[in-house]
Design a protein around this ligand. Sequence first.
Ligand code: GDP
Ligand code: MG
Length: 163
Amino acid sequence: MLPVIALVGRPNVGKSTLFNRLTRSRDALVADFPGLTRDRQYGQGKVGGRPYIVIDTGGISGDEEGIDAEMARQSLQAIEEADLVLFIVDARAGLTAADEMIAKYLRENDKKAYLVVNKTDGLDADAWSAEFYALGMSNEPYKIAAVHNRGVTAMITELLEKL
Ligand code: GDP
Ligand code: MG
């Protein structure tokens, strides 16, 4: 069985952009508005000769109704299916209530989850790092810029070694 990596986080943090990087595909829809990926989407990738499965999700926004509720349900399903969860937050937007809710869920459900701070391009690390520690995730956050493919290979290589 290949290791399964789920990408979770609120809408618009860059999950689909990261999915495309990790699978070297353009399959996931990337958009400037949240919520485009409503269903779980599966892809396969490989780093250093090690293959893995990635699941992209629509995202969890916190107060779901209608289609948002379905997106959140799909995200929770992906978390259940995963060996490893990448919890993505947005360095530009900063910490949000939805981020806190997702962190709480991951902690309470004892999932193997790692915090990933995306969109760090052009930002001073001091400007964003402190507030995300409040999420109480156990790892030193991975700092990436998915759109520039920065930090992605190093992150996934290290994570696969932990499995
Ligand atoms: P999702 O809703 O979490 O799947 O987010 P998307 O992957 O659709 O990305 C939402 C927006 O953020 C798009 O406009 C992306 O181009 C942009 N984005 C994604 N990654 C980065 C990044 O590393 N840096 C910057 N500046 N923008 C990014
Ligand atoms: Mg998406």
